[in-house]
Design a protein around this ligand. Structure first.
Ligand SMILES: *Cc1c(COP(=O)(O)O)cnc(C)c1O
Length: 375
């Protein structure tokens, strides 16, 4: 049996090695390493795929979020509503820009921000909401967009874990996550559903003026060469990464479908196990299973993790410490928050391997080990 990994980027690469190697060599031959054809082509292809008018490639997903907030002219002290149950990057950039993160609960079934609690958190200072499509499933964007319109708030989607996910509006209309809010952000970190061979990220918007501004900010606030109109940063997607991504984008739907099949297998295997909650599939969203995250209703999560690791099955806790319990946010009086759902999830979730290269032998082995723990 192949060694089981959380993500098997190597075997995924080997399947498309010829095409990816050729694409990389085309860039090296041209020796245009920054910008150029590969980056332009990828931005166009990704925009078409995602149904977004504009894609602005950048250096990583964290930068994408930062540039998004810079482009919206948020001022120090403005409040940004975010889930506490997320990867730190979502919330860190809020604080970095001297904005005030306002942490709210997630829905315990979807792991995503709960529209009902957003409304209660809105104040005169609120300027934006950041829904995170955690683990590959869309937040309730219909209600979030309605709230945002009613209160004139910006919506920045953190789509780092859900590229390719379809959100279905109450009227049946489908839209890709990342194309719904004011701005969408994603990451091409190697383990993401669409991962490159290093760091990469992208920003999505349907607004022409905002697109121009995002592009300027990612390039030192430059309007034309050596003329800098606003303070920006330097955040670029390398040409080699764009070439890799252009090849991999062709396979994204297959990659996501393969992840869904793994999730189906796990769901069936774990259905009879009491005390283990399998991921909920929200009717408003497809699920691209960036993670397959179980909730251990009873029993010791540490013991389960140790049992799995002892049997060569990796498992991870995403995330053990929610944002409102992180030391870095002490100045935002994060200790005053009471987020029992978030705390409960942080203590109970466990993610098991899910990726495009898991075979039946590995899946049978993983599920056997987990079921054995409960028997
Ligand atoms: C990965 C990730 C990011 C950050 O992406 P980087 O490319 O690593 O900077 C942001 N938010 C979420 C939810 C992520 O999973």
């Amino acid at each position: 049996m192949h060694t089981i990994q959380m993500v098997d980027t190597r075997r995924q690469y080997l399947k498309i090695k010829e095409a990816v190697d050729a694409a990389i060599h085309t860039v090296i031959d041209s020796s245009v390493f920054i910008g150029g054809k590969a980056v332009g082509a990828f931005a166009e292809n990704l925009a078409a795929y995602n149904g977004s008018r504009h894609v602005i490639p950048c250096a990583n997903g964290t930068d994408a979020l930062q540039i998004a907030m810079m482009a919206l002219d948020l001022q120090p002290g403005d409040e940004v509503i975010t889930p506490s149950f997320t990867y730190i990057a979502t919330v860190e950039v809020v604080a970095l820009l001297r904005l005030t993160p306002v942490f709210v609960e997630v829905d315990p079934k979807t792991f995503c921000i709960d529209p009902a609690v957003i409304e209660k958190a809105i104040t005169r200072k609120t300027k934006a909401i950041i829904p995170v499509h955690l683990y590959g499933q869309a937040a309730n964007m219909g209600e979030i967009m309605q709230l945002a319109q009613a209160h004139q708030l910006h919506v920045i989607e953190d789509n780092a874990q859900a590229i390719g996910c379809d959100y279905s509006f109450p009227d049946g209309r489908l839209q890709k996550t990342g194309s719904i809010g004011t701005i969408g952000c994603t990451s091409f970190y190697p383990s993401k559903n669409l991962g490159c061979f290093g760091d990469g990220g992208a920003i999505f918007t349907n607004d022409d003026a905002l697109a121009a501004k995002l592009k300027m900010i990612a390039n030192h606030g430059q309007s034309r060469q050596y003329y800098h109109d606003i303070v920006g940063c330097n955040s670029r997607l390398d040409a080699i990464q764009a070439a890799v991504l252009n090849e991999k984008l062709k396979h994204l739907d297959t990659y996501n479908y393969t992840r869904q099949k793994v999730a189906d297998y796990y769901d069936r295997a774990f259905a009879p196990v009491s005390g283990l909650i399998t991921p909920y599939r929200a009717p408003h969203s497809s699920h691209v299973f960036h993670q397959y995250t179980l909730i251990l209703e009873k029993g010791s999560r540490d013991e389960l993790k140790q049992h799995l690791n002892a049997h060569a099955v990796p498992a991870m806790i995403y995330y053990p410490v929610p944002a409102h319990k992180q030391k870095m946010f002490e100045t935002f009086h994060n200790n005053a928050y009471s987020l029992p759902v978030t705390d409960w999830l942080s203590e109970r979730v466990i993610s098991i391997p899910i990726h495009t290269e898991l075979d039946d032998e590995q899946l049978a082995y993983i599920t056997d080990q987990i079921i054995a723990f409960f028997n």
